[in-house]
Design a protein around this ligand. Sequence first.
Ligand SMILES: [Mn+2]
Length: 195
Amino acid sequence: MRTASLERATMETRISVSVNLDGTGQYSVSTGIGFLDHMLEQLSRHGLFDLTVKAEGDLHIDFHHTTEDVGITLGQAFAKALGDRKGIRRYGDSTCPMDETLVRVALDISNRPYLIWRVEFPKPKVGEMDTELFKEWFQAFAQAAGITLHVECFYGDNSHHIVEACFKALARALRSATEIDPRRSDAVPSTKGVL
Ligand SMILES: [Mn+2]
């Protein structure tokens, strides 16, 4: 079973996460930040990952620590669930429209963390959340999961749509990249023999 459970506690946040890569898109998400919950639910539903996320953070300061630490913990859980990465497709991409917005995510489960983030928001906030925090989440997730992650918004007017298309495209790309390729069976998808 490609599953993992993790807990992470600092002076700023307490987070527990569990993930099943071969799930059906069932989720239970509660971070204390409504919009972030909404996005993680997209990740689960459109990636077909079963996801439990519970976070208690210092939201009285702002949403930064909680957003970043949820990204770190979730990324660590994905890395752990992927294990030695045998048989996975490794690469994935998705171009996701949401009304007037179009976003592309291309990723490589490379164990070489990297984020390209070409996303601009017309508004500084969605809900109560600062839009600048989404780059922090994607950076934390890519770093902790060991993923080369390119996110580009081609166009879009509505900040809610832009963020949501980023998460949906991530979900779809991650779903295909984490899937087991039946033609690859037991092999690690690298000429190095290791990822
Ligand atoms: Mn929405």
